[in-house]
Write a protein that binds this ligand. Structure first.
Ligand code: SF4
Length: 114
């Protein structure tokens, strides 16, 4: 069996007040949407967080923590942050580029900027 890819999910703090992330977890569990790319591969969710509120104030240190403690490899920004067109059509968060930058600086792969 292949070694699972270690993933974390980052969601919009404001939108999390009205969204329990059901479709985020369904897409992870069943590999659709942003997780479709992992068809045929093993994946595990090592952490899930909101950004902590504008301007994404806790993303940097929480991702660092997950890297150090859980070997996090890939961070997925949810549609409520990244603003994908498709099933959902949120506007991209204006702080997304900075948050993705933190993740890149840590050496993480980032999904959700497409
Ligand atoms: S920084 Fe972006 S993702 Fe986070 S609460 Fe503000 S609008 Fe939402």
């Amino acid at each position: 069996m292949d070694t699972p890819i270690k993933i974390a999910l980052v969601r919009c703090d404001k939108i999390s007040e009205t969204c329990p992330a059901a479709d985020c977890f369904d897409s992870f569990n069943n590999k659709w949407g942003g997780f479709e790319r992992y068809q045929g591969q093993s994946i595990i969710m090592v952490g899930s967080m909101t950004c902590g509120g504008c301007p994404g104030r806790r993303v940097s240190w929480l991702l660092k923590e997950l890297m150090e403690k859980k070997g996090l490899q890939v961070v997925h920004f949810s549609t409520c942050v990244g603003g994908f067109d498709g099933k959902y059509n949120h506007q991209r968060c204006i702080h997304m580029k900075n948050m993705a930058g933190y993740a890149h600086d840590l050496g993480l792969e980032v999904v959700g900027m497409e």
